[in-house]
Design a protein around this ligand. Sequence first.
Ligand code: TRP
Length: 458
Amino acid sequence: MQKEEKSAPSFTSKVGLVMAAVGSAVGLGNIWKFPYIAGQNGGGAFLLIYLLCVLLFGLPLLITEFTIGKHSGRSVYGAFSVIRNNNRWQWIGWLCMLATILVMGFYTVVTGWCINYLIDAISNTLYSSSDLTAHFTELSSNGPRMFGYSILALALTSVVLWFDVNKGIERLSKILMPLLLIMMIFMAIRVLMLPGSNVGMRFFFEADFSKLSPKVILDAMGQCFFSLSIGLGALITYGAYMPKHQNIIATSVQVAVLDSLVAILAGLIIFPAVFAFGVDPAEGPQLAFVVLPSVFEQMSLSSLSSIMFFGLLCIAAITSMISLMEVLVAFLTEATAQKKHSLDRHKAVLLAVVICVVTSSLCAFSLSGTPEWLKIGDKDFFTVFDTVASNFLMPLGALSMAIFIGWFMPESAIKQELRNGNRSTIHYALGFLFMQIVRYFVPIAIVAIFLNGVLSLI
Ligand code: TRP
């Protein structure tokens, strides 16, 4: 396999790549998941552990994925084989592909909820049900309706993927990401001006360490992987499109900082609002769909706030779906490239859509409880896919990639990518530090936290 065989797709600017990677990272994980997990795990203490995870695992693993992608110029299908010159590591590519399909299943359904809520907010029907819990239950027990909105989410995503990466993903991310940031800052300021919002601020920033347990640390690590889009090869895929002179370390720092900033902003929007209106912050997955709209209802300009919030959620979710689906599209085109039935980009997009329609419909119908046989034991597919992917496959993917780069990728290749033509002492030192972290710290810590967390659940 030679790198030069094909005219590789590529982003045209460094900013474009950063924005696309931020688009991948910033998603439901930041705005929907982060606040409720932080709420359930004691607020400030969780935030601190989370930020530590970002620094100690997140950043090294972002660098790992970008380096593997950029150096190989391949998708997860071929990246490991090109670097090692044999197929022994290709299973990681298949693992990424499997995990991506599972994540797409439930992610598409939740994106569908966001679109549904946005449409309801625009058409002013969000507050017409007897209460918002009923509104949410109506939706999550209605399989066909969830299925319909999942299809809509997939359609919007595939329109962007239909174009080449520099025309579709890059252009859209360059517009939507700054917009998202501005909207979030605006909303945070608005919520912080509510009387009583300081209680929420205290909850979010004051660390209560009595809440810390192995499970909290496992949750923080899982959340960090999910939020930064680590462990499924999404950033290997984008790394392959990275402009030649882009600095991997700087790019990774920018992505980690912006992603954490958005998670903190989401907390700054949600907690002060929740406390100002005396709602329980440990509400769980319903926090964004039930609690928050009811908080908006009590504020002035409630429909505008809901439209803005669900608009934000839709933008964030769809740019993340794009990156997930790009993993499949790039995998499929590359895997079939030299075969009789090779798939061009358009055919690969269509096949990826078909795969995702299947998994997301499994999630939608199984969650709604109809038909009844569509479950694994007493668990619905939605929960099973989420748990298997986030708690097992993503840490496993991240672990394998760390071992691969730390022990099996030629060190000269890594240094070449990280130094990027720069021979200064600081680049040398950073390269050295990175190698020590991915060789020893990351694998040992992932295994330890994983075992500790899993054992504490038994
Ligand atoms: N990071 C996204 C979020 O926070 C989800 C996501 C998109 C993702 N692409 C990914 C997670 C790739 C893991 C791997 O919502």
